[in-house]
Write a protein that binds this ligand. Structure first.
Ligand SMILES: [Zn+2]
Length: 158
């Protein structure tokens, strides 16, 4: 089964990177340890945290809740660690909304004519939309840059 995550409030940037890689990753502001644990257990998510206290809890030490302790402060180093530890792959890059963690839905070009800048409409052919926030994504320069960063960061599995 493809791993799913819940990220503690102390490692928020990591959530964004995991979403870029296409991993279902919850990040909730203002959640306490009990909340993180409850959701992790209920939805079978791996908890990513910098909090050593949580790691010492019985629910984690017993293996009931899978959790990884994030030590690095740099979000890319954090991602690298998670990719290695969880053997994550790059097969579903850019399939999840970076803001709401929803699976993006393909849109045909004509549907987005009024929704994207004219230059983007002229130069891009593939578009996807978030069913929740309705943000439209396309493979522009920002996308290319993130893709390159990911590729430098983690080995691409072919
Ligand atoms: Zn969204």
């Amino acid at each position: 089964m493809r791993a799913r995550f819940i990220v503690d409030t102390n490692a928020g940037k990591l959530a964004r990177w995991l979403r870029i890689m296409g991993y279902d990753t919850l990040f909730i502001n203002d959640i306490d340890d009990e909340g993180l644990i409850a959701i992790g257990l209920k939805e079978k998510r791996v908890l990513l945290t910098k909090d050593t206290q949580i790691m010492r809890r019985r629910v984690v030490t017993s293996g009931r809740l899978k959790a990884l302790l994030i030590i690095d402060d740099d979000s890319k180093a954090q991602l690298h660690y998670v990719v290695e530890a969880m053997r994550l792959n790059q097969k579903r890059q850019f399939t999840i909304c970076l803001e709401c963690n929803q699976t993006l839905v393909p849109r045909i070009k004509e549907e987005v004519r009024e929704l994207v800048p004219p230059y983007v409409f002229r130069t891009q052919s593939r578009f996807v939309e978030c069913p929740s926030c309705h943000r439209i994504y396309w493979r522009g320069t920002h996308w290319q840059r993130m893709k390159q960063e990911l590729e430098m960061l983690v080995e691409v599995e072919e």
